[in-house]
Design a protein around this ligand. Sequence first.
Ligand SMILES: [Zn+2]
Length: 236
Amino acid sequence: MPRAEPATYVTDLTHFDGALDPGSNAPAPAKKLAKFFDELVRVASRESLGTIRTDVRCFKKPARRACSGRIVTTRSRSREDISWECPSCGNNGIIHHWRGSKADLSRYARPEVEVQKKRTGPVKAFEGDWLITEMELWDLDAIELLGPGFFRFDEEQSGELQFIAVRGWLDCRYGERDGLPLVEFSWQGDDEGTEASGRGWAVVDQDGKLTGRIFFHQGDDSSFTAARTKKALRPN
Ligand SMILES: [Zn+2]
């Protein structure tokens, strides 16, 4: 599955001011891009923070066929911009200066104080990157087909995973099991260009390792072990 070198679009949203106004004389490709960014910002700005799998379609046409990917956006606590990525082709970018634009719906976002409250408790035990070291069904060569196999748990309830040809986004709930911090999650993503989904759980054990089990919807399931890492494991 060699894929084309993904392009990174760095966008200042103010450059598209007025492109979508009625009577705008912006060229068609600019209007198309403006509409793409407008849609992304509308979705991403409504959420306080975290990763969102949007319905916005990728605009890439690898091998002249429209990419079937739907864009994932991320807003993190530490950064003001909105980053986005196509899980199918790797097309990605960063949107600056979206605040105050027509697409900025942050006034409808949940208040930050609610987010703060959610971060205390078991989520703290998971937050960050975990490198997958072992899985029941696949050896390390297979696990690292796309790069390091990993789980990432973000602020709030979102996260990411990658192993073999699977990339996915997590929706997490935190709690406790037998005195250990517990995360239960559903995941949705992409397995070599095919939509994939499932569920899973993990605990942080006494040795500080992440151990759990991941299930594919109507498919395989496998135990896994992962270790905390400071390295940023996200591709690109
Ligand atoms: Zn794409």
